[in-house]
Design a protein around this ligand. Sequence first.
Ligand code: SF4
Length: 206
Amino acid sequence: MTSTRALLAEVHACRLCEAHLPLGPRPVLQLHPQARILIAGQAPGRRVHESGVPFDDASGERLRSWLGVTAAQFYDPRLFAIVPMGMCYPGTGASGDLPPRAECAATWRARLLARLSALELTLVIGRYALDYHHRGDGRSLTEQVTDWRAHWPSRLALPHPSPRNNLWLKRHPWFEQELLPVVRQRVAEIGARQTQESRRKPASII
Ligand code: SF4
């Protein structure tokens, strides 16, 4: 089997949908086989495309605050894997960023996720990731977030942390008041376990 390092090199060399990408290919992801929490997101925005760092924007700041983690914890690949549905910036349309390129998940997603054998929690962010990870569940994002116990504690649907969703957050105050404390506790427990175990055994080579 290809090593994870070789697979990541293949991804970073991908030009499959180049013709549709206004700023060209630049896959942005974070992946280590020992990661405990997967963030299944949408696609990088323009700022993330420029920095090459996942969630290096206002959405990322809010997401880290939702999860109760520091940037150092968030960017520890042995704690968080970050694999969006489309790994390159898809461009912007009249009402915000365009959808992730569908060929991206079709080509790469199953191969990348197969590397994550230590996952304890998957955070599914936004409509496109929900359609992939909750296939067959035709309910709206709001219904699936409200019914958060359905896949807990291994999987959780979240709204996108973008400032564009401020209205959603205002209309659903229970999300921040009741659900986020539960999420923070679970993330903290996983993080503490990961720290203890990584002290006992060094990180494997990918
Ligand atoms: S979005 Fe995905 S499929 Fe398209 S070029 Fe980037 S990595 Fe390749």
